[in-house]
Design a protein around this ligand. Sequence first.
Ligand SMILES: Nc1ncnc2c1ncn2[C@@H]1O[C@H](COP(=O)(O)OP(=O)(O)O)[C@@H](O)[C@H]1O
Ligand SMILES: C=C(OP(=O)(O)O)C(=O)O
Ligand SMILES: [Mn+2]
Length: 528
Amino acid sequence: MNTVGISNELHQLLAGSNVNVQLSVPQLVETVLKRNEAILTSTGAVSAETGKYTGRSPKDKYIVEELVFKDKIDWGPVNQPISEDTFANLYNKVINYLKQKKELFVFNGFAGADAQHRLPIQVINEYAWHNLFAHQLFVRPNDEELLGHQAEFTVISAPGFKADPLVDGTKSETFIIISFERRTVLIGGTEYAGEMKKSVFSIMNYLLPEAGILPMHCSANVGREGDVALFFGLSGTGKTTLSADPSRKLIGDDEHGWSSNGVFNIEGGCYAKTINLSREKEPQIFDAIRFGAVLENVVVNPDTRVADYEDGTLTENTRAAYQLQAISNIINPSVAGHPNAIIFLTADAYGVLPPISKLSKEQAMYHFLSGYTSKLAGTERGVTTPEATFSTCFGSPFLPLPATRYAEMLGQKIDENNSRVFLVNTGWTGGEYGTGSRMKLAYTRAMIQAALEGELNNIETIQDGIFGLEIPLHVPGVPDEFLQPIKTWSNQAAYTEKATELAEKFKDNFKKFSNVSDDIKKLGGPTI
Ligand SMILES: Nc1ncnc2c1ncn2[C@@H]1O[C@H](COP(=O)(O)OP(=O)(O)O)[C@@H](O)[C@H]1O
Ligand SMILES: C=C(OP(=O)(O)O)C(=O)O
Ligand SMILES: [Mn+2]
């Protein structure tokens, strides 16, 4: 076996296995096709299907309850405890399972584009296409970095290994378990590649705050003047779509750290939704899907091998994974200065939040902690229509520490850097989900452009009567009446009723933040 780059313990455990370490992208593509794990498509990308699991399984995600970490983790439905024994038992079973495979695939690289703050990681895969995904999504080492590479965290993904809940102490056949003590993520039972990247993100959400760095579930790009913008949002709210902007260089589409030097990407690639993807609306993403890219659950014509992005038969959560370099205007390495503008994206299925509004400092903190949005179909198992949710910090599924820890850091950083904050509704307008329609992407882009270019700094605004948000009266390229939700509803009483219902939900949800300052409680939320 080629043992270069395998940690000692694993080396012993996997002795005798045929381990392919650090295959190149062409080698991986070749292997994926040879093993019939995926098919080649007309653009040169490969396309894989993941069977039963086409989105994340949050209910099957655990953190091992280890003494040193026990008091730090925010235990609950997101961070479910699992015992050390349960983990050890599953770990051994997974290793034994992997040893029986004809070949395995290993990627050595980093989480974190900033050399000062990165985490050396190792990803061990049963499937070659998952290893190709790891190559695209994580930060690749150069030759010199590879020589000195010493993994500090290992991700083991064995989708073909299914747990037996009765014996193994899991809830289902699927498990995603993080052990901070053994510095390992163990994944079994699911083929959805997103689990690998999001579990590494969860690890970084634990490790970075200890180093004084704020980890963020956001995309980021930089303008001609070097001005940095962040786009926070839960899945499907537009982080990837809106950060791909021909007039701004992409830093990253999903996970970033904010240190005392500025922001850096945690990843080396993007994971774009491809449902209804068109070259006309999203040219950069469309063109990134070429050789080396991995399509997931996209329906492909078996003869022409043309991908049909309109087809959501397998899932709404169809995806493409590609390295950042597949986008033409990126910043490399993915490191930039402090954010000038911060945008909170929310896909409001009630259709009552303004398409863009300016937030005061208190409102920014209130909305960051609230993290109101809708879970959109597909990304999590079982969600088939938009579901209103409050996801603290716009990323609660990935936060091992209490939300207030991240919020305090954000508040301080916004103060220090005078970053402007906007709330952008990329969800529904003219009525709630079902009667209204999804916000037009071209309008959202126009509003974001205006915000980032400073055009909304000193303009006339009107205060929303229910949420207290400052709504601009005019935005270039967007009809005035579109800016105020009440004007987009045909029945204004119905609007008020729905908006009030949502405002009450905000207030109920915020009750759990008892330690938050009175200013944020009084000035941040709905005014009714
Ligand atoms: N107004 C809008 N703003 C942003 N995205 C929109 C809008 N209308 C429709 N969409 C679609 O919503 C999806 C947003 O998903 P994505 O950018 O991948 O979200 P995230 O990266 O936050 O998970 C894309 O498929 C995009 O085409
Ligand atoms: C990959 C995911 O994130 P996003 O939809 O934000 O890209 C996910 O939540 O599984
Ligand atoms: Mn995304």
